[in-house]
Design a protein around this ligand. Structure first.
Ligand code: BV8
Length: 256
């Protein structure tokens, strides 16, 4: 396995990766919270991450929500506020360029912040759903965004149709991933020539299995992350650095 550190955007990559940075390469990407970190969105498991204050068991599952809907709703509202106030970063922008450069390009994200779409990525597979929509736990009716925006802290977030509780449209622990999106994600991982796993600790399954599926089916797998992850030893090349530095530096290596 090749290992390169990125210092001050001087990028050293392997000849194998360089040879794959051409339009005909079929590319798939999995992103995690690390890609949004440089926009100011806290990650989950880094030292100042979201989970440090809360454990997943407390908030990101249906049982916790039904036990304390107000606490869970406020936690997601807090995160929506953060996301409303930040902007996509150079890493998000570079992935838009990738999407336009490669003949076949699939972006799978575990992120629920919508920043890839705000940067201009056109086809984003949100395997863990989105913070930006909410729906009724009973009738599943989506809540109108203007209703959500005008909700006050003290209000109970309830469905305008049936009065049921509203929940964020994210995938909680123990919930299935959205079927069609998950199928498309697996197909892309199994049929690509080059797979990037970017800004994810690869701790949450089944999403974390995508780089391994790509590897098993013959793709060259590259990890972009300042730290080692649970799958670092299993992939082909590690570009050790922040995605907002590494991805723009990779753009310079693209060859028509
Ligand atoms: C399910 C949404 C059945 C809500 C989240 C095996 C197979 C299947 C399931 C399981 C399994 N083993 C265990 C399970 C159960 C469970 C699970 O994985 N548990 C873990 C904790 C062991 N999985 C589930 O329950 C899933 N559902 O299994 O249903 C099924 C089975 C098969 C097929 C289909 C269905 C549902 C999981 C989804 C949970 N929802 N979030 C919300 O956001 O509140 S999880 C949460 O973690 C986020 O979605 C997040 O995206 C995800 C992963 O975290 P990361 O994005 O990686 O973030 P993290 O902080 O961990 O890491 C950040 C990384 O960035 C670090 O590596 C850091 O070094 C790096 N970084 C920091 N700065 C930068 C950077 N990188 C680059 N640049 C930087 N500047």
């Amino acid at each position: 396995m090749e290992r390169f550190c990125v210092r001050f955007a001087r990028m050293e990559i392997s000849p194998r990766l360089k040879s794959l940075l051409v339009p005909s390469t079929r590319v798939a990407v999995l992103t995690g919270a690390g890609v949004s970190q440089e926009s100011g969105v806290p990650t989950f498991r880094d030292k100042d991450g979201l989970w440090q204050k809360f454990r997943p068991e407390e908030l990101a599952n249906m049982g916790a929500f039904l036990k304390n809907p107000k606490l869970v709703w406020e936690w997601y509202e807090h995160r929506r506020q953060i996301v409303r106030d930040v902007k996509p970063n150079a890493g998000h922008d570079a992935l838009v360029t990738f999407e336009n450069f490669f003949k076949e390009f699939t972006l799978v994200t575990q992120n629920v912040d919508g920043l890839h779409q705000r940067a201009g990525s056109r086809h984003v597979l949100e395997v863990h759903g989105t913070l930006l929509r909410s729906s009724c736990v009973d009738c599943r009716e989506p809540a109108p965004s203007e209703y959500l925006e005008n909700l006050k802290e003290s209000d109970r977030a309830v469905c305008l149709d049936c009065g049921g509780l509203l929940r964020p449209d994210v995938v909680w622990f123990g919930e299935d991933l959205p079927g069609r999106i998950w199928d498309l994600s697996q197909t892309a991982a199994a049929n690509c020539d080059l797979f990037f796993t970017i800004g994810t600790s690869a701790a949450v399954y089944p999403a974390a299995g995508l780089p391994l599926l790509a590897k098993e089916t013959g793709a060259y797998v590259v990890e972009i992350n300042p730290q080692q992850t649970e799958i670092s030893r299993l992939i082909d090349e590690q570009l050790r650095g922040p995605s907002a530095v590494v991805l723009p530096a990779l753009l310079k290596e693209l060859r028509r």
